[in-house]
Design a protein around this ligand. Sequence first.
Ligand code: G4P
Length: 529
Amino acid sequence: MSFHDQIERRRTFGIISHPDAGKTTLTEKLLLFGGAIQEAGAVKSNKIKKTATSDFMEIERQRGISVATSVLAFIYRDKKINILDTPGHKDFAEDTFRTLTAVDSVIVVVDVAKGVEEQTVKLVEVCRMRNIPIIVFINKLDREGKDAFDLLDDLEQKLGLSVTPLSFPIGMGYDFKGIYNIYEKNINLFSGDSKKNIEDTIAFDDIENSELDDIIGVSAAEELRDNLELVNGVYPSFDKESYLLGEQQPVFFGSALNNFGVRELLDCFIEIAPSPRAKMAEERLVEADEKELTGFVFKIHANMDPKHRDRLAFVKIVSGTFERNKPYLHVRHGKNLKFSSPNAFFAEKKEIVDISYPGDIVGLHDTGHFKIGDTLTEGEQLNYKGIPSFSPEHFRYINNADPMKSKQLHKGIDQLMDEGVAQLFTLEMNGRKVIGTVGALQFEVIQYRLEHEYGAKCTYENFPVHKACWVDPEDEKNEEFKEFKRVKQRFLAKDKREQLVFLADSQFSLQMTQQKYPSVNLYFTSEFK
Ligand code: G4P
């Protein structure tokens, strides 16, 4: 197969949802279609369940599962599908944001009864910032839920999407009869038996045909006709270009648990979803079909066994091919590195591969060379745009609890931050270190890992911060910025990239600061340029 065909056949995407909407179940059903697993229940949820906070081994065990399910690859109708898993737990949202830098499209799962939920809003916002093509799957149609039109409204209002339904439910919950597939023009009847549903479709391109009444009953047929007329009148017809530009989002309905509407989703997905796309580096736009390798690290996972301090760096290949034992330039270090055992992922296994293509993810064993965002090339001085940091939600001073181990503590903190476990801020005034995390759970993870992997001990101390804001003055030399720095000295810090950050202690002080120093721009994400 030619290099071009290899790129064309790849679909690398992520499934995102609020916890419990059905992401794991849908992933599993997709793998079943791909023949990558044989039975339901084979994919373990990588949900970090906060059962007992003191049960660190449990956290570690669950982190192990999340390595195994980091990338799930399979072949379906000759397409190579790479699903990048995203942790559902909100304390690990930062991981999900980073994974979204490595996907070419996403499927958003929404629970029919709950509609759009908080986590979905945040994740979709990130996708929209990056114009990632989105398909929405409304799940759990076998249960009583919201009206389909209300849900479509919800998607538009709360997520700011421009939706167009490609399938439409016939009834819902107790009365759920099936789905009309607008895209394929057929009806899929629901029997509640997940095995039976896979092939059970009836071609139906003219819904005015009276046979419809015989199949689903007169009143359901009338209702479906009315609904489809409304869909036609209200929503634009599907336009692949708009979808690819992130300007239109097709919506499917179904039930992952019952394997219903999933094949339709997958068949449409492989047809319309993008193959690996060009990616912007700081220097230039890189096309996927360029011959030379470029790629970037979007995730680092530490080994769970403290005796083996190596880590697995996940690299998304943007262009060219990645070959085993070939030297590649680690641009930030200016060093050539060779990898004798790059891992590729297939279903739930990882195995050593000789060659990988754009869209693929390779796992590289690393002894501390990599940090998130690093770029690999064949010699070109190229840097993929940094992976954004968002303002953490929780902040604490980190103190050394064992003065004999301060070297270990610093090394540990450094490496954990490289992995993206949390963010480190160093106060300008006194050099004290503040850790910022998305969820409280990370503080426990950090303390535990510092002790078990680095032999260092730490304690925390509260540091009340409302939001971290990245500072971007219009003019570094003007009086206003100088005054801002002087007056706000106590609240200023540097992040790991030496960018200036203002740690606002309350919403009120943030507003006052913005009013008083209008030429000093404050951003909630590190990627504002
Ligand atoms: P997540 O990864 O998004 O967090 O969700 P997950 O797939 O784990 O699904 C959450 C719960 O919703 C699970 O039930 C799952 O069985 C159920 N579910 C998923 N899809 C459907 C569907 O189409 N219809 C119905 N009725 N339920 C669905 P659970 O009881 O929490 O877990 P389990 O004991 O079934 O594993």
